[in-house]
Design a protein around this ligand. Structure first.
Ligand code: SF4
Length: 502
């Protein structure tokens, strides 16, 4: 930067002397990499915590060894730290992470001012699924040992995250077959030597893209043949359709209205410090039946089940209540009442519906509008958590009754069903009537929905960047790792700055 003179205002002889910008120069700078970021920077915390973990699951597949030809591989500790830090900053693009390694102080500190190839970053994110599960469990082990995770109370909830698919990519079976044949033809043509010359790297990329398209179309055809329909019931068409780019995506209702191809991200959160203790991704559009597998995930991660789990109405089916009782996990959720009224039945006058019959608990009979008894005939059906008792009037009374045309359907006599919760479900319903259970349930939303809000608003996980449930789960795990480490930095690292390296 030099100086230049400018003429002063009229009547004043002295001109202004300003520093001017000189971009026509080359400069060399000395960079103290260690001082690129402050002592309590989150990148240091991530690097330090990842360094404590066993990364053998990531290193097992590295083929580059000392004394042999070839480039050295990237250190898994570096790639893990980069991805966790990137997600914590809301960066989920491998290209953007690669770019930031060139100029961003935190990324430069992590890499030691070396560049990192975005292809390597992209592949690393989804190629080590088992090792990533193990990494997530190890981080939870550290957090559990240090105290923030207690598993005394876990709040569980699901949220819809958009899949990497457009609504226009959904096709019926004939179109899928046609496109599959075209994609296979394309793969065959790629082996033709008359094709245009391309570099070895381009050829490999093109071959991989064509092969993956064939695999996706085969999976889509498989899904559509299994009858796995993607549309919600009220929007369902005659012939099922499946996305040819993301066969495992399903149309799910959005919080802002409308439907979009999504995956259902299930998250279990420990209530003590709102740390995520279980992550899964399912194609199910609703949460029914998702709690038992989610708790198995928590058990895999931490070696034990939570003492208590709190969920919303989408989870509290009778099957789930029984499953939690079997696992000896206390369930808190909106109570369900056994239905005492059957649905209106065709051919029966509403005045003679179930409500018109009076139940006598002492005699275990019903009294009909004509004053006759319907006696207990036995338990006719048994669904999970519910007993159905059947009651029937005597044929001689119905056949001689003036109300028969309105009360009985067809030639038979009148019978009605009374549903009754099995003891476990009845006990759950009773418990949820208490003020204590209601008070616990009121805590649910603040804890269970906080990680969802964080992942979507801060980390930007509103749409997956990868295709397929397995890869989507990998991305969800990276985002949840970033969330957990951000909480750990807040709870432990910043509270104990002495833990930071000198
Ligand atoms: S039809 Fe049978 S059940 Fe119905 S009101 Fe008459 S006697 Fe009672």
């Amino acid at each position: 930067m030099g100086t230049k003179r400018q003429p002063g205002p009229e009547g004043i002889n002295k001109g202004l002397r300003l520093k001017c910008v000189n971009r026509q120069q080359m400069i060399l700078r000395a960079v103290d990499v260690e001082k690129l970021i402050e002592a309590d920077h989150a990148a240091r915390a991530i690097w330090e915590l990842v360094g404590r973990l066993d990364l053998s699951g990531f290193t097992a597949e590295i083929e580059s060894v000392e004394g042999e030809a070839g480039r050295p591989a990237y250190d898994p500790r570096l790639l893990i730290s980069l991805w966790i830090y990137a997600y914590s900053e809301g960066v989920s693009s491998a290209r953007e992470v690669g770019r930031r390694c060139e100029y961003h102080p935190a990324y430069q500190w992590l890499t030691g001012c070396e560049g990192v190839n975005h292809h390597s970053l992209s592949d690393f994110r989804v190629e080590h699924q088992a090792a990533l599960d193990e990494l997530f469990a190890q981080v939870l082990g550290v957090l559990s040992a240090e105290g923030p995770i207690t598993l005394e109370r876990v709040m569980h909830d699901g949220t819809k995250v958009k899949a990497l698919a457009s609504g226009k990519s959904f096709r019926r079976e004939p179109t899928l077959r046609e496109h599959l044949e075209q994609a296979r033809e394309r793969v065959r043509e790629m082996g033709d030597p008359r094709q245009e010359e391309v570099s070895a790297r381009q050829a490999k990329a093109q071959e991989r893209a064509a092969r993956e398209r064939v695999e996706r179309l085969e999976r889509a055809l498989d899904e559509v043949q299994k009858g796995q329909v993607a549309e919600p019931r009220r929007k369902r068409r005659k012939e099922p359709r499946v996305s040819e780019t993301e066969p495992e995506a399903r149309f799910m209702k959005q919080s802002g209205g409308g439907y979009a191809p999504c995956h259902n991200l299930q998250i279990s959160t420990d209530a003590a410090h709102a740390l995520i203790v279980g992550v899964s991704v399912t194609p199910s559009a609703n949460d029914e039946g998702q709690l038992p597998p989610a708790l198995e995930e928590v058990k895999r991660n931490l070696g034990r089940l939570p003492q208590q789990v709190v969920v919303d109405a989408g989870f509290t089916t009778k099957e789930t209540i029984l499953a939690m009782a079997e696992r000896q996990v206390e369930l808190i959720g909106p109570r369900m009442e056994a239905s005492e009224r059957s649905r209106p039945r065709r051919g029966i006058d509403p005045a003679f519906a179930h409500a018109a019959f009076v139940y006598d608990a002492t005699r275990d009979t019903y009294l009909c509008p004509a004053g006759h008894e319907l006696t207990h005939q036995g338990t006719r059906r048994h669904q999970a958590g519910v007993l159905y008792h059947a009651y029937q009037a005597a044929a001689s009374e119905c056949w001689g009754c003036a109300y028969r045309p309105q009360c009985c359907r067809g030639a038979g006599t009148r019978h009605i069903l009374r549903s009754e919760n099995v003891p476990v479900v009845a006990a759950f319903v009773e418990k949820m009537r208490t003020a204590a259970a209601q008070a616990i349930y009121r805590l649910r939303a603040a804890v269970a929905e906080f990680p969802h809000a964080w992942l979507k608003a801060k980390i930007g996980l509103r749409q997956f960047r990868v295709r397929g449930l397995k890869k989507a789960r990998c991305e969800a795990l990276w985002a949840c790792l970033a969330y957990n480490l951000a909480q750990w930095v807040r709870l432990r690292w910043r509270v104990h700055p002495a833990a930071a390296p000198a």
